[in-house]
Ligand binder design. Structure first.
Ligand SMILES: [Zn+2]
Length: 73
């Protein structure tokens, strides 16, 4: 016999949380693609911390853009 619960879960997308690595279903979370609001905030904070700690000298795109602008002026 097939269990209705299992076929139900086939409809939801199975995902793995990028923060805690837990496998979960999209139906189980209010904060996709993370398993919980807390994991979403943890990941967001990680990004913000990286932005702050990153040295800003490594921006080739920005440098090229400002270079061509000053050349055109
Ligand atoms: Zn998580």
């Amino acid at each position: 016999m097939s269990e209705p619960n299992q076929s139900d879960k086939m409809h939801t997308s199975s995902m793995r949380c990028g923060t805690c690595g837990r496998a979960f279903y999209l139906d189980e979370t209010n904060s996709p693609p993370f398993c919980s609001e807390r994991c979403k905030l943890v990941d967001l904070r990680r990004w913000i911390d990286e932005e702050i700690t990153l040295p800003h000298e490594g921006g080739p795109d920005e440098g090229q853009i400002s270079d061509s602008i000053s050349e055109n002026l």
